[in-house]
Design a protein around this ligand. Structure first.
Ligand SMILES: [Zn+2]
Length: 426
């Protein structure tokens, strides 16, 4: 019944932690629950889920462009993004935090506009983030209505934030060059040098679509993966989002470099981009995490949906039910994802790991009968089945309600943003 590296999932289990938020006991129930204990009778206790690729603050753009391919989608979305104010982004992020917590995600990697205030919101909500401020070109201003900083200033900001949050248990900072087709070679070379100097990670979109690969071959004579390798980007710990069209050679390059991949099956399917060669990546030893991408290309942040979709997608493509084990995608959503996003202390329930715990209810028709908890989590569970969430030993979701944020106010604010973007009354 284990799907993580060292720990396991525990029906009717018991979890204890110390005051510092580190697990001290994980295993069978040792006795009746104490006065202050969470009652987990009839539940499954599992590690907090890790969303390895998101653009959280984009929640107000949910449903903006549902029927476009990536290139047309990006043009539409950029038009809307340019009008988002700093306040819009803050409420959008908060909506994502509620949605992620309620569906069991405790840690996420995110590329978007980030500043100290937004990072503080994540920590106050009780979540953990590897945040990568997006950079396009040196002179490009990513989000002019929300922040007039250009790419060069954003690179400097990234280094400052990394220094300010050094040692923080909720916030880690990475460089976020958007993609090889939007960030020119000199920017990518600069990012590699800065990341090496500061010992920071890099998050970048690579080989998401077939046209991207064809353009890269025409322009550089190299696939996008080989191109970023040539520029030094794989000499630092890099998390490559998508790699949908990674070739066999690309996969060997990623494996040799120790680069991780953030795999986003639902987003890749919705945009018609394709399906990443995940079995080949796993066979080559690449660390693969699982992500939702933004809700504008998904349209939810429910990691259980990614787990099931990813698994059955590979089986359909390969016409083989054994091409990925039923627990492989649960591992990507927990232990492997945690390593991919630079939070190796979480994603596993075991003494000494961080106390990021999700309690999943089983009092539903889709959980009946309960033959095997991993089968339920991999193929039947939904985010709505999550009952309680603990991060760093702190209860942040109790009985399906986020205790650290005001969901009703957040939904009203994001609704107003969407109406304003659509041209209606705020
Ligand atoms: Zn993305």
């Amino acid at each position: 019944m284990t799907f993580d590296d060292a720990g396991s999932i525990h029906p009717d289990g018991e979890v204890a932690h110390d005051d510092g938020g580190t697990l001290t006991y994980v295993g069978p129930r040792r006795g009746p629950a104490g006065a202050g204990d969470l009652d987990v009778t009839g539940t499954i206790v599992m590690p907090g889920l890790v969303n390895a690729h998101a653009h959280s603050a984009m929640t107000s753009l949910r449903g903006v462009s549902d029927d476009l391919d990536l290139a047309s989608w990006l043009r539409e979305i950029r038009r809307a993004e340019l009008r988002l104010t700093a306040e819009d982004l803050r409420w959008g992020l908060r909506l994502a935090l509620v949605e992620m917590l309620r569906s069991g995600t405790t840690t996420f990697a995110d590329m978007f506009l980030w500043d100290a205030g937004l990072l503080g919101d994540v920590a106050a909500a009780g979540m953990r983030v590897m945040a990568a401020p997006t950079v396009f070109g040196y002179e490009s201003v990513g989000y002019p209505s929300a922040d007039p900083r250009d790419g060069r200033a954003t690179l400097d900001l990234t280094e400052r934030l990394a220094a300010d949050f050094a040692g923080d248990r909720h916030v880690r900072i990475a460089f976020g060059p958007h993609a090889p087709y939007t960030s020119p070679p000199e920017v990518l070379r600069d990012v590699a040098a800065r990341a090496a100097r500061r010992d920071l990670r890099v998050l970048i979109h690579v080989s998401e679509t077939a046209p991207e690969v064809a353009d890269s071959l025409a322009l550089h004579g190299l696939t996008p993966v080989a191109h970023v390798e040539r520029l030094g980007l794989l000499e630092v710990p890099t998390l490559v989002a998508h790699a949908v069209h990674a070739t066999e050679d690309d996969i060997q390059i990623l494996a040799a470099a120790g680069a991780a991949v953030a795999h986003n099956p639902v987003s890749n399917l919705k945009l018609g981009s394709g399906a990443a060669p995940v079995p080949a990546m796993l066979a080559a030893g690449v660390t693969v995490g699982l992500g939702t991408d933004s809700v504008a290309s998904n349209n939810t942040l429910d990691m259980f949906e990614e787990v099931k979709t990813g698994t059955i997608l590979q089986r359909g493509i390969h016409r083989a039910a054994d091409v990925v084990a039923s627990e492989a995608y649960l591992r990507m959503a927990t232990a492997a994802g945690a390593r991919a996003v630079g939070f190796p202390e979480t994603g596993v329930l075991a003494p000494g790991r961080w106390a990021d715990v999700v309690v999943v209810g089983t009092d539903s028709t889709r959980a009946t009968p309960m033959r095997a908890p991993a089968s339920f989590l991999g193929f039947a569970a939904r985010g709505d089945d999550v009952r309680h969430v603990v991060v760093a030993g702190r209860l942040v979701v109790r009985d399906g309600v986020v205790t650290t944020l005001d969901e009703a106010e957040i939904r009203a604010q994001v609704g107003a943003t969407a109406r304003r973007l659509a041209g209606g009354p705020a």
